[in-house]
Write a protein that binds this ligand. Structure first.
Ligand code: DGY
Length: 351
């Protein structure tokens, strides 16, 4: 009697990613690609994951307990992101599903966007560009498009992991004084992360830890660099805007839901804060009639923090590595639920 031929692993990839990474995955698995820039609707996601051993997801794919129940063969979810708020980690751990993500490789790129947004908001770059395109540039005048200096200003960083620290290093190079805090709910200070950003020495940034309330009161610019968790959801609300220094500018490259958006609109309308530069919004994409779009002193980009050619390539390779690790019987190299008990692949694949 001949032994049954092992079936190839089956992977669902929810969006086109770098070709080289896809090709590498296809050498070890049967790959089913959702070949569309728009995310698979929920019912397609459920149907396509059902017989899969692995799924490579994006931040906009919600992976929850109900979905995991429908995918008995699944052994790994690999998220093309450092953030994991789209995945129910506890449910995955209970289901014996490892969750991989892509920290480190996107640190510099995301920090660069935070600086780009800070400069854009401070020096009114987007507003000035619109002004020129509208044919309103008639002459040089001493008071045209006056903005704010970064040098000499205080930057308050909320969340001091790898990305927060990378922002701090860059801000210090611009001559900013940098302070940082964790968040109100814990009142503890984030420990500087041990992750070293790719391609950078990762020297300890010159930044001073302060209580959250002091950060709000002293910062001219506030950069949000914390993950979205139950503790950080809505942590920048009406009270926090009131506690901010008048004219402060808010930069968010983390997650939109960390900010209470109605409170942000109110703070902008009243002039309490001087502006905002947001790469993320509570609902993505933002609705075309969202009141935030009415403010000239608000800059909004479409969640492109890690969107450089090099970084998206690295993220795709890492997301594939995380899957191949599990196929080889190991936890993903960047595992978000290290307590997960992986079933031997043979057991799971009989499911
Ligand atoms: C992340 O990595 O969490 C980003 O938001 C997606 O690029």
């Amino acid at each position: 009697m001949t032994a049954p031929t092992p079936q190839p692993h089956h992977v669902f990839v929810t969006r086109p990613i770098a070709d080289s990474a896809l090709r590498r995955l296809a050498q070890s698995a049967r790959v089913d690609l959702w070949d569309d820039e728009a995310p698979p609707p929920r019912r397609d996601l459920v149907a396509r994951i059902r017989g899969c051993d692995a799924v490579l997801t994006m931040v906009s794919d919600r992976i929850d307990a109900a979905l995991l129940r429908q995918a008995p063969r699944l052994s790994v979810v690999s998220n093309l992101a450092v953030g994991l708020d789209n995945i129910d980690l506890d449910a995955a751990t209970r289901a014996g599903v490892a969750v991989g993500h892509t920290p480190g490789v996107l640190t510099d790129t995301t920090a660069e966007l935070a600086l780009a947004l800070m400069l854009a908001a401070a020096r009114r770059v987007v507003e000035a560009d619109r002004f020129v395109r509208a044919g309103r540039w008639r002459m040089w005048t001493p008071h045209l498009m006056l903005g704010r200096d970064l040098s000499g200003a205080t930057l308050g960083i909320v969340g001091f992991g790898a990305i927060g620290q990378a922002v701090a290093r860059r801000a210090a190079a611009f001559g900013m004084r940098v302070i940082y805090a964790a968040h109100r709910s814990t009142r503890t200070l984030a420990k500087p992360s041990r992750q070293r950003p790719a391609g950078e020495a990762g020297a300890a940034p010159a930044a001073v830890a302060v209580p959250f309330a002091r950060l709000l009161a002293e910062a001219d610019f506030i950069s949000l660099n914390a993950p979205l968790t139950p503790e950080t959801r809505g942590m920048i609300g009406r009270d926090e805007f009131r506690a901010m220094k008048r004219g402060a500018i808010l930069i968010n490259t983390a997650r939109g839901a960390i900010v209470d958006q109605a409170a942000l609109v109110e703070a902008l309308r009243s002039g309490r804060i001087g502006g905002a530069a947001l790469d993320v919004t509570a609902t993505e994409p933002i609705a075309p009639d969202d009141p935030l779009l009415e403010f000239p002193n608000v800059v909004i980009t479409p969640h492109i923090g890690s969107a450089s050619f090099r970084t998206r390539q690295r993220m795709a390779e890492l997301a594939v590595d995380n899957i191949l690790d599990v196929f080889a019987g190991r936890r993903p190299r960047h595992c978000a639920n290290p307590k997960v008990k992986l079933a031997p692949p043979s057991d799971r694949r009989r499911a």
